[in-house]
Write a protein that binds this ligand. Structure first.
Ligand code: ADP
Ligand code: MG
Length: 858
């Protein structure tokens, strides 16, 4: 007997695990069973009769049996020419009729009945393909051909089909399907090719290895042949070559029946065991002699043992004589074990071999009763697992290398970008600072020069005392021009120091950048440092910008002050020592350096600094804005840009007294314009002003607030609103501070208000009593009508005249003591126009006239 065996290692398809080979066992922890492609058997047998030790869970799977009829060969065409075939096939009914004689026949049913015309492809698909698929799913599988010599077992199982692809047998086709399914990276397919000849297992891939022993795993009962050559198959070509080599080694013995028929059992063994048995004919029929007889006996030993085992299994016997032959030991798993098994029984048509055909059919019928319990074996194949892991590791190493390269590249790019940005920032700072420095220097030099010139001229004109009297802000202030110059110099020094500090900052940045460039780039830390550095840079840039803003506002302040001094000296020079107005508004003359700054910095930028987090920046910004607001030409632009709103907010939000004072001053300046006055009212400015009036203590702040309200008081349209929103009361409340500057503004407000009221009364648009009297202003008016400060006195005198012009006020004025003051004004006022106004007013009022008569005042 000869046998060939092949084995395939790998995980079941879809299972995704490592595929193992050598032991013929598969491992799969994640295995999902495919539905059985074979009909479930109704024949259930106990496990006691199994070839293998059953008992574990498994899927019942009966041995499937197909019968294949060979066409008449040339010899039969001649010899049996006058006889009918002994069999008749009914494939559609899956039946086969075996003629007993001319009038009687036995009928058998099989799982498949294949006619003499059945193609090799169809035979493979019906008989072997379900087993191959089952193997790919992780089960063991067996396909075995049984039949009389010459009926086509080898043709069915082992035909290579060299000349004709269509005639290829099961082995070649099965390998094709297996190779198409496995992944070459993780699976391997190995093949052994063995022959069982006279109870010795020979290695057809190594003929010197001629007595391979069968090893049984004591635990699982699995049968293996560790001594057999196991060759790995990469492609179909290498498999066909391997089969050809094996074929060449096969021992073929001539028999009478078929000279080509092999006398050995050929087994392609693995998970998938493909068995080409020796002929099942009886010894006497083969006509063997001598050695041939011994051979035939040995062949029959294996075959009869197989038959006995099949019988025992079919009849559910307690004892199955597996150990009687090597064939039954090798096929232990195929019958009554855990493998999916298909048996194809081949028969010839000749009536001369009817007996053999009948016994072959009987064998097939019994085999149909054998039930296996299909089971997946779980065992690790460390070799293939390790190979799979190695492949994975290699893939990861390659990927890692790729990522590492990309990372380095990205790092390099980011580093470069950061360096470029630092360089750019540094360049910009240096340029801006240098420009600013030059400009400031020049402007200062010019201012100082001008001041010195003026001082010289002044000294020449007014002798050598160098002392001048300055009343422009309503304060008595003695200023030495040389002191002023010294102050300007000091400020210049401060400014220079600040600039130096900024330059040092830039130098520091330079050094840091140098260090950064020197240090090797690499790693996350470096990127992080660069990011942090950039963050610091941005902060510094912001700081520097604010610094520049402060410098600019200081420059502005200085320019402004220089400008003021220049004007004052001009006035002194031209003999006009008094400011024509005591309104807090300032600098409504020609375009000062302030305006230039306005254009340079941009109004929106200045307004944005009002919201800076740095109080210092805020203070400077509000100062700049206040100075800008002092110029009529800027006022409209400031209001348009929202400056008024910002100032109003600042008034309440800011706790710093300087800011409040400056903001109030700016508002006061803006409040000179009629349109702005209305805007201040609609934006709730009066409420903010009255609140400030109530809680501010600084006289200068109060002066600015009072000035702003006083301006509003001069607007005819706002009278009612001012009163109803507490404007008059706020004005009167501020007299608490007692400072002449504040009182002067209060008096001016009252005069403005009274003037509007008397105008309205004359036009007939106002009938009722004065709102000033309603809000209790009269006592303070009377009290201060003869104030020693001329500005206060003059405003109140005017206010009294205006109030007296409206008859409805006369009664209250009389009872409040205002009449005496009016009489005094009409006699004593230093200003002629006011004196006569008072006289006219008193004379035109019937109430005043009768009271004067009563009091005998003429
Ligand atoms: P066995 O292996 O059963 O002894 P073989 O497979 O060697 O028989 O077949 C004997 C002869 O019959 C061979 O020449 C083979 O080509 C031919 N033969 C077998 N089966 C068929 C078939 N179904 N169609 C055509 N020729 C066949
Ligand atoms: Mg054969």
């Amino acid at each position: 007997m000869a046998s060939s065996a092949a084995s395939r290692n790998g995980a079941p398809r879809g299972g995704g695990g490592a595929r193992s080979l050598a032991g013929g066992n598969l491992r799969s922890s994640s295995y999902k069973s495919r539905p059985s492609q074979l009909p479930g058997s109704t024949l259930r047998r106990s496990s006691t009769g199994s070839f293998a030790a059953a008992g574990d869970d498994g899927v019942p799977g009966r041995v499937r049996v197909a019968v294949r009829l060979r066409p008449r060969n040339a010899e039969e065409m001649v010899a049996d020419a006058d006889f009918a075939d002994c069999v008749e096939v009914q494939p559609e009914l899956k039946r086969l009729k075996l003629r007993k004689n001319n009038w009687d026949s036995d009928t058998y049913e099989f799982d498949e009945v294949l006619t003499e015309f059945a193609s090799q492809k169809r035979v493979y698909e019906v008989v072997a393909k379900p087993v191959v698929e089952s193997v790919l799913d992780g089960y063991n599988g067996t396909v075995m051909a049984y039949g009389q010599t010459g009926t086509g077992k080898t043709f069915t199982v082992g035909h290579l089909g060299d000349g004709d692809t269509a005639s290829r047998g099961i082995m070649v086709r099965a390998m094709e399907d297996i190779l198409a399914d496995v992944a070459p990276e993780t699976d391997s397919v190995s093949v052994s090719y063995l022959q069982l000849y006279m109870e010795a297992i020979q290695d057809l891939l190594d003929p010197t290895n001629d007595n391979i022993s069968i090893v049984e795993d004591p635990k699982t009962g699995d049968v293996s042949l560790p001594g057999a050559t196991l060759l790995e198959i990469r492609d179909q070509q290498s498999f066909v070559e391997l089969l050809s080599i094996g074929e060449a080694h096969r021992i073929a013995a001539n028999t009478k029946l078929n000279t080509e028929s092999s006398r050995s059992h050929a087994i392609l063994m693995s998970k998938l065991v493909l068995v080409d048995l020796a002929g099942s004919e009886r010894v006497h029929k083969s006509g063997s002699e001598g050695h041939m007889l011994e051979e035939a006996k040995s062949i029959n030993l294996s075959l009869s043992a197989l038959g006995k085992c099949i019988n025992a299994l079919a009849e559910n016997c307690a004892h199955v004589p597996v150990r009687d032959s090597k064939l039954t030991r090798l096929l232990k798993d195929s019958f009554g074990g855990t493998a999916r098994t298909s048996l194809i029984v081949t028969i010839g048509p000749s009536p001369r071999h009817r007996g053999e055909t009948a016994s072959t059919i009987q064998f097939g019928q019994r085999a149909m009763k054998v039930e296996n319990m299909l089971k997946i074996k779980e065992e690790f194949d460390y070799k293939s697992l390790s190979r799979k892991l190695e492949i994975q590791v290699d893939k990861l190493i390659a990927e890692n290398e790729r990522q590492q390269k990309a990372y380095e590249y990205e790092l390099e790019r980011m580093n470069q970008e950061a360096q470029n940005r630092i360089a750019e920032v540094e360049r910009n700072f240096a340029e801006a600072l240098e420009k600013e420095r030059l400009k400031c220097q020049m402007e200062y030099m010019e201012s100082v020069k001008k001041l010195e010139e003026k001082m010289l001229t002044n000294q020449r004109k007014h002798g050598s005392d160098g002392i001048i009297r300055n009343e422009c802000n309503g304060e008595d202030q003695v200023v030495s021009v040389s002191d002023e110059v010294a102050e300007v110099r000091k400020l210049l020094q401060n400014e220079t120091q600040r600039r130096k500090a900024s330059e040092e900052e830039v130098n520091k940045l330079n050094t840091r950048m140098g260090q950064l460039m020197q240090s090797e780039a690499g790693g996350d830390g470096e990127i992080l440092r660069i990011h942090q550095l950039l963050e610091v840079e941005t902060q510094k840039k912001k700081k520097l910008e604010e610094e520049v803003m402060i410098l600019k506002s200081q420059l502005l302040q200085l320019s402004y002050e220089a400008d003021q001094s220049r004007r004052y000296m001009e006035r002194v020079g031209s003999g006009n020592g008094l400011n024509g107005t005591d309104s807090p508004s300032v600098n409504n003359g020609e375009k000062a350096p302030v305006g230039t700054l306005f254009e340079q910095v941009g109004l929106h930028q200045i307004l944005s600094y009002l919201e800076s987090e740095d109080a210092n920046v805020q203070i400077h910004a509000v100062k700049v804005l206040a100075n800008l607001a002092a110029e009529e030409a800027n006022q409209e632009k400031i209001v348009e840009a929202g400056g008024l709103t910002s100032l109003l907010m600042l008034l309440r939000k800011f706790e710093d007294e300087t800011v409040r004072r400056v903001a109030a001053g700016a508002i006061a300046n803006l409040a000179m314009n009629e349109t702005n006055q209305e805007l201040i009212m609609t934006q709730g400015g009066i409420t903010l002003l009255t609140m400030t009036a109530a809680d501010a203590e600084d006289p200068q702040t109060l002066r600015m607030v009072a000035g702003a309200i006083a301006n509003l008081c001069g607007n005819d349209k706002l009278q009612m609103k001012l009163k109803s929103e507490g404007g008059i009361k706020a004005l009167l409340g501020m007299v608490r501070c007692g400072h002449a500057d504040v009182l002067s503004q209060v008096a001016r407000g009252i005069a403005n208000f009274a003037k509007c009221e008397s105008r309205a009364a004359t036009q007939g648009t106002k009938n009722g009593r004065s709102l000033l009297i309603d809000d209790g202003a009269l006592p303070w008016i009377v009290q201060n009508a003869n104030n020693e400060a001329a500005p206060i006195r003059r405003h109140i005198e005017l206010a009294l005249c205006h109030l007296a012009q409206h008859e409805v006020n006369a009664k209250e004025m009389i009872s409040g003591g205002a009449l005496w003051e009016l009489v005094r004004i009409s006699h004593d006022c230093s200003r002629e126009d006011i004196r006569s106004l008072a006289r006219r007013t008193l004379n035109s009022s019937p109430t005043f006239r009768s009271e004067m008569r009563r009091l005998r005042i003429d």
